[in-house]
Design a protein around this ligand. Structure first.
Ligand code: ADP
Length: 440
């Protein structure tokens, strides 16, 4: 067992006290013996005792003064360090107490909010009204929905996207992170730390990129359609038919321009989505029939795969059939593309409560576990850089997720590397059908 000394006893904070207690004990034990040995008369002895008392008081006061001095300068140093770290931050950072009052803020806070130092709001609710803080879609926020208030209730809020308006009228996109300062005693937090990052410039650049993508994709569509049209025309018009080699060339030209059209279409859709221009045209239709339809077309695309459809009765949904078709085509395309060895592709349309669930299962290469987390992110390709990389832009799943979410549905997957993947999505069953089935 390690000795107490080895473990650093006494702890640094106790060292002056232990030292003081030792000196005081020695002083009490030996000072009287010493005084009586040196001073003989009672009068002088009393005087020495009084002087001894004063000496003791003076020594104790000096020790106390030294200790206070030491702690104060340590406190000043730590405060200067704390202030310097706050001020060196490019992001706005402020502290909020349990009553929602702003107790400390760095210079960047004033700069980001566009406020004069003496116009900094007293509390976060005042800040909410003064800066007209809203959700990115323009919805207003209640004061207790603010990240700072949620942090004071113990929640850690990470990078929440919000908007605010500076007193000059300029609107900013911000990302807010708020954390509770916990004392570790199980009591509610007394402080919350709030960090605000200005995302306006980044959003502007993203918007520029999406505008560019949208224009480029739009402009590319016409020449591609023309190339495909002429390739088909030439294929049909060659007098007396053409050589087998030429026929193959026309086929390749046709297939590649189809591929290009598909890529350009995906780019266009993804930029439309980012720019908020992807509108839904909802109508009531039978989902199983649409699945069957798309599947039939897919059978013609790949002869190496065997499509198996399983569905229970007919289920209706209120959705945009074109968009749902787009999701189905993408899931079927991926199932084919990522099972290059062929095999069964099992598709099911089932009813789970009032939800219709469509699942597409392949027995292909699957997705490595460590690459599964970001699968629905824009431009993310799980097999990039691997021998199993099949090319592509990584937008299909992102688009599918956005489309399903816009319908109020959910999309998810299960996958095991080397064994295959199952992609599923759910949509609410059409209300009319739910009511009809509920009737006795
Ligand atoms: P793309 O297939 O064009 O790259 P997607 O957005 O459709 O784009 O898919 C993103 C990534 O997810 C793909 O690059 C691939 O790594 C992975 N993936 C999608 N579907 C499957 C599947 N059925 N099996 C294995 N991996 C898949």
């Amino acid at each position: 067992m390690p000795s107490a000394r080895k473990a650093g006893w006494p702890p640094p904070v106790w060292r002056p006290v232990v030292f003081y207690a030792l000196v005081a004990a020695l002083w009490i034990m030996f000072s009287d013996v010493l005084a009586s040995a040196v001073v003989r008369s009672v009068g002088h002895f009393t005087l020495v005792e009084i002087l001894k008392g004063w000496l003791f008081v003076a020594a104790t006061s000096a020790l106390l003064y030294a200790l206070i001095q030491r702690d104060t300068s340590a406190l000043r140093r730590s405060e200067a360090l704390h202030r310097a770290s706050l001020e060196s931050m490019a992001d706005a950072l402020f502290l909020v107490d349990a009553q929602g009052r702003i107790v400390e803020a760095n210079q960047a806070t004033l700069k980001l909010l566009g406020l004069h130092p003496d116009r900094l709001p007293k509390d976060v609710c005042q800040m909410l009204t003064l800066l007209d803080i809203r959700h990115p879609d323009g919805r207003p926020l209640a004061c207790d929905e603010l990240p700072s208030c949620r942090a004071l209730r113990g929640e850690t809020v990470r990078e929440e996207a919000l908007e605010l308006q500076r007193p000059s009228g300029e609107r900013l996109h911000i990302s807010v992170t708020a954390s509770p300062v916990l004392s570790g005693t199980g009591r509610p937090p007394e402080l919350a730390v709030v960090v605000i990052r200005d995302m306006t410039e980044l959003k502007r650049l993203e918007r520029m990129r999406d505008e560019f993508l949208s224009i480029a994709a739009h402009e590319l569509r016409t020449p591609i359609t023309t190339i495909k049209g002429y390739a088909q025309l030439l294929d049909r018009w060659t007098p007396g038919g053409h050589e087998p080699r030429e026929g193959r060339a026309f086929q390749i030209l046709n297939r590649q321009s189809d591929r290009l059209t598909h890529l350009v279409q995906e780019l266009l859709e993804v930029s439309r989505l980012q720019l908020g221009r992807l509108a839904l045209q909802r109508q009531r239709f039978e989902l199983g029939a649409l699945v069957e339809d798309v599947l039939e077309r897919m059978r013609g695309v790949s002869s190496g795969h065997h499509f198996v459809l399983h569905q229970e009765g007919s289920v209706f949904v209120d959705a945009d059939p074109d968009r749902i078709e787009q999701v189905l085509v993408n899931l079927f395309d991926n199932a084919i593309k990522y099972s290059p060895g062929g095999g069964d592709i099992e598709v099911s349309v089932t009813l789970q409560g009032t939800l219709v669930v469509v699942s597409v299962r392949d027995h292909g290469m699957g997705i490595p576990r460590e690459r599964q987390g970001q699968l629905f992110e824009r431009f993310y390709r799980a097999h990039a850089g691997l021998a199993s990389d099949r090319g592509g832009m990584g937008v299909g799943l992102h688009l599918s997720e956005q489309i399903i979410q816009k319908h109020g549905g959910r999309i998810w997957f299960e996958s095991e590397e080397g064994r295959g993947s199952t992609f599923s999505f759910s949509l609410a069953q059409a209300q009319a059908q739910v009511e009809q089935e509920a009737r006795p």
